[in-house]
Design a protein around this ligand. Sequence first.
Ligand SMILES: [Zn+2]
Length: 618
Amino acid sequence: MIKKNLSPLLLTLFIVSGSYAQDYRWQQRVEYTMDVQLNVASHQMSGTQKLVYYNNSPDTLGKVYYHLNFNAFQPGSMMDVRSRALPDPDRRVADRISKLTDSEIGYQHVKSLLQDGKAVSYNVTGTILEVTLAKPMLPKTKTVFEMKFESQVPIQIRRSGRDNKEGIAYSMTQWYPKLAEYDFQGWHAYQYVAREFQGVWGDFDVTISIDPSFMIAGTGKLQNPDKIGFGYEKPGTTVVKSTSDLQWHFVAKNVIDFAWTADPDYTHDRVLVPNGPELHFFYQKNEKTAETWKKMEDYAVKTFQYLNEHFGKYPFDTYSIIQGGDGGMEYPMCTLIMGEGSLNGLTGVMAHEVTHSWFQMALASNEALYPWMDEGFTDFASSEAEASFLPQENPHARNYASYFALVASGLQEPASQAADHFNTTKAYGTIAYSMGSIFLNQLSYVIGKENFEKGMIRYYNTWKMRHPEPNDFIRVMEKVSGLQLHWYLRYWIGTTKRIDYGINSVIEREGSTYITLERVGEMPMPIDLLITYNDGSKEMYYVSMNELFGNKPQEDKTIPRIENTPWPWVNPTYTLKMLKPVSSIATLEIDPSQRMADINRKNNKWVMADKTTEYKEN
Ligand SMILES: [Zn+2]
């Protein structure tokens, strides 16, 4: 009936509202062209930046914001104050910023800024440049900013800087005036306080002039290898070494940031991953690195192969693993990692940072707001990748152990907080990395491993080269599994409520056994209860939770599964009936896979041999 009477006007309304729904996930775009000169004697840099900015939003913008992150490395900066105020600051920072001298600090000075050729007014507060536009940007328009800037590269304190611990001359990250992201939540113009970044998707064309003895590694593809030398040249060509500055020209397309390093003593190795990408390794070859880096190169290939297969195809054709920085940090198409130390340590950091190419450099969640989606998902996938070539019993066990330790410490906070706002470094680290990783491993318990694995690939293919939000992830998982999962996101990420289920009583009545399960913790979950009989046979009793609106598929086809009516989450207990006497049972166990982060696993298991009277009806 409605169809019959649908007028052209109504049709138009439907189409318009449809396009509004799509509009809400628009994405801004940037195109940077930068030309910088780094003076390796003064550690100062001058540069020009042309930025074409596309306003794809439905809003008119009167202002834009840039990050000037080098400014964080000055006494009295928010990074300095926060580090000195925290009870357990990052030891790499501690009070070091407060002691920097004028020649050791970092800064970024904007010398001039034009919008479409007209001067704009701007002001700098800490690490944020606030620009009042000469002409407001209308929806679906672009504008061109032209900036001249001068910077000083700080002594390496955190991530960025010169002269890192292992003697790498320049780790150039967060090194240029970088436009802040604007999305459906508004501007993400955060001060640089400690951690985690967010970038606008776009293209970078970067030319760096530097003393000819320095080799550069970084994001993007070198455009002029024939002029550079250093093993970059095509085989058979000879490069005449210049005595004046060399100009390195890089292009990177569809990335959220651009990082680079420079050092006179780099060795450059190249290894091809079958079906791509080509891997580049840059490190100072010496007795501390020569052996471990060669072996790690092989592991890096295996990491890419595993991730390509299980989490979606890496979207670029090159990737560089570069000695630099102060630990390990991810950037588009490259990572900076410390190069010395054991092969195990080096491999772990490499695998973690490589995995960020999926969870941050392709699935670019806002890591300042959702560090668990960035660090946690990375931790999960890199643990699985590493276990594929360095087998271990349970690659996720250490995350559960650190989560349980955080709960016991009383320092747990909701995971939904912005990265810089946690009360302790310990809580941030455990929550972002371990709880974020458990979020996925536990989700595979909730929806079943097969659904979960399909879901991770579908998530990647749906949201790569965009900024997925927590709800985008959970919606993909809901669609793949046919189960409702928003309760799971709310409880695990939005609260500090814990999971604790137990076997409360086992009673025999008229030849049947009644098993009463108890929800001791506040967070509800579906339950796998494995029954092992005296003859060694097993049955899985599955109790869904009512908010799931369904059952996960049977995971282990070798164990018969009995599906029970769902457990309403408000009920503290649930009683199962089995048509067998208690004496036939050897053991009962809740979640034998141990994927559920049950804070008290002692009450999960019931062993007949330990019981003498409890099962008897009295
Ligand atoms: Zn990480």
